[in-house]
Design a protein around this ligand. Structure first.
Ligand code: COA
Length: 413
């Protein structure tokens, strides 16, 4: 990875370097300290299964202390039309409190995006703990998600006929069966990140929380059709059990499988509520419930996307209809993306080329990212003043970017 330039006037004495196997522990501790938690030795050891040292950056002060961290993970991002493209998952961003507002994050972000471009990754993505920060780097909220909370007393489902047998499996069987099911999900919706072997180990073995308050991670399989991963956090008051079922991942590849797995999770004894986050806004469970009005479903965190390479990113996805639109893109950080592009969709494929034609729509690269998977509508951005053009042109963009299912991003990284 290229090392950041040392010529900036602000924070110029700070040296930004890639992490090595030997400095990885210090990197994790520095990141955790800024976020206000402690990383255990055990947790750090386990994270080595998925960390990519050469994609992690550490900022060193002249006194040898670590004042900033950031990094990327190599993912495949599922795209509309059962496609996938390489994506840099930006993560572990922190700058020590006494070194903020000196341009350190900006230096690291420029390096991370340059590195993604050098690796031919058309997309970068992140989960923003402080969401106002990332628009300036060209990231837009592209994959809206919802969080759902169900009161078990009002969680009857439309369940007709036999649904098949959901059974607990051990880690080994989960490792052998869940990844292929998840890959099949990726073919049905955009926004879903691929999971490496190391990442799967994390998914099926992660400690759900402090041992006293939570039960173990439960792994349940409906063979060839889906799985659910959850844990029960126990709770008691007024002499009654009031546990909470926290669902980490629930995936059913056909309607009956989905219903069966929801039923299984909802039926957890000693619980009062079920909580699940990062679901798609068109989650079928809201229509599976006999009493959907009693479900609490609200906006969750969106996944932020960045088009590292505009023409490659737009050509990578599939398109439902045919059409042509000319967009004029502003990109302060990556000038190669700026200017006019003609996007043509035909026979399911997209082509994106330079043009001098008059633009139908002008927008920042962050807004282009926001609409690129069909999860956010161009007409909504037009009405919010975030892109300029005619209403007809925004409608045309909506039609071009429309997808069969809403994108979803089911994994925090
Ligand atoms: C957020 C954080 C990484 C920013 O690092 P930094 O080195 O201070 O950022 P920079 O100096 O490069 O500032 C970049 C820009 O972001 C702005 N910015 C920084 N933190 C911000 C915040 N919390 N909210 C809004 N804007 C912010 C700066 O004002 C600056 O704007 P400008 O380019 O218009 O001048 C750092 O404050 C931090 O570690 N915070 C705690 C952990 C955290 O929130 N991490 C983010 C995880 S998603």
């Amino acid at each position: 990875m290229r090392v950041a330039s040392e010529t900036e006037p602000m924070g110029a004495q700070i040296d930004i370097r890639p992490v090595t196997e030997a400095t990885y522990d210090a990197f994790r501790h520095a990141f955790a300290a800024t976020f206000g938690f402690a990383s255990s030795t055990d947790e750090i050891e386990r994270s080595r299964a998925w960390a990519e040292y050469d994609r992690l950056l550490m900022a060193w002060a002249p006194d040898g202390s670590i004042v900033g961290t950031s990094g990327a993970l190599s993912f495949g991002l599922s795209l509309p039309g059962a496609r996938s493209a390489a994506c840099a998952g930006i993560t572990m961003v922190s700058v020590r409190a006494d070194h903020r507002r000196r341009g350190l994050l900006t230096r690291m972000m420029v390096d991370l995006l340059d590195d993604a471009a050098a690796r031919s990754e058309p997309f970068a993505a992140l989960w923003a703990s402080e969401s106002p920060i990332y628009g300036r780097y060209g990231f837009g909220p592209a994959v809206p998600t919802i969080d759902i909370s169900l009161d078990r007393r009002h969680a009857d489902l439309h369940l007709d006929g036999p649904v098949g047998e959901v059974r607990f499996v051990d880690v080994e069987e989960a490792r052998a069966t869940f990844p292929a099911l998840h890959e099949r999900l990726r073919a049905t919706r955009g926004g879903v990140m691929s999971r490496s072997d190391g990442w799967w180990t994390r998914v099926v073995t992660e400690e759900p929380g402090p041992a006293k308050a939570t039960g173990p991670l439960r792994l349940a399989l409906l063979p060839d059709r889906g799985y659910v991963i959850y844990h029960l956090a126990s709770g008691w008051s007024d002499g009654a059990p009031r546990g909470v079922v926290h669902v980490h991942d629930l995936l059913g590849l056909d309607p009956a499988a989905l219903a069966a797995l929801w039923r299984f999770a909802i039926d957890t004894d000693l619980s009062e509520t079920l909580e699940i986050v990062r679901r798609p806004p068109d989650d079928p469970v809201l229509h599976l419930l006999r009493d959907p009005a009693r479900a609490r479903a609200g906006a969750g965190w969106p996944l932020y996307l960045r088009l590292v390479d505009v023409p490659s990113a737009l050509a990578a996805r599939g398109y439902l209809g045919d059409g042509t639109v000319v967009v004029d893109v502003a990109d302060r950080l990556r000038p190669a993306n700026a200017g006019r592009w003609r996007l043509t969709a035909s026979d399911g494929n997209g082509r994106c080329e330079r043009t001098d034609d008059a633009p139908d729509v002008s927008l920042d690269v962050a807004e282009l990212a926001a609409i690129s998977l069909g999860g956010v509508r161009a007409t909504a951005l037009l009405d919010a003043g975030r892109l300029s053009g005619s209403s007809g042109a925004a409608v045309l963009l909506d039609r071009l970017f429309a997808t069969e299912r809403a994108p979803v991003s089911d994994q925090m990284f």
